[in-house]
Ligand binder design. Sequence first.
Ligand SMILES: [Fe+2]
Ligand SMILES: [Fe+2]
Length: 137
Amino acid sequence: MPFFAWQDKYDIKISSLDEQHRGIAGMINNLYDSLERGVYTDENVGSVLIPIVECLKYHFQTEEKMMMESNYEEYHYHKSTHDRLTDEVMLSVIKIKKNEQVNAREILVVIRDWLLNHIEEEDRKLTAVLNQSPQAK
Ligand SMILES: [Fe+2]
Ligand SMILES: [Fe+2]
């Protein structure tokens, strides 16, 4: 059983966003596997966390652009939840760089659980609005 097994029920029916969500889940899975196999450790995982943060940021920007374009009412709240996760993961990256102790698996659990919860709570609310507008695909 993969660490972050994607299920069709997580799809929000906007293919560009679903693809990004699946991509992030795939990256998290790969990193978890690498940790299990000892390819990466808590000490050197920082450099591989950064591409995940970059992908998260890119994904958040995609959603935020869609929100702006559709004058989404909850833009500021939704964006603040994105910013909070990004800050939290970046804080872990900084700790690793400073040689402070982190638990890489715990970081991946935080991202996975946050993502699943966020998709259900916030992204679904957004897509309910976007799916009514023609530019969303
Ligand atoms: Fe999302
Ligand atoms: Fe979101």
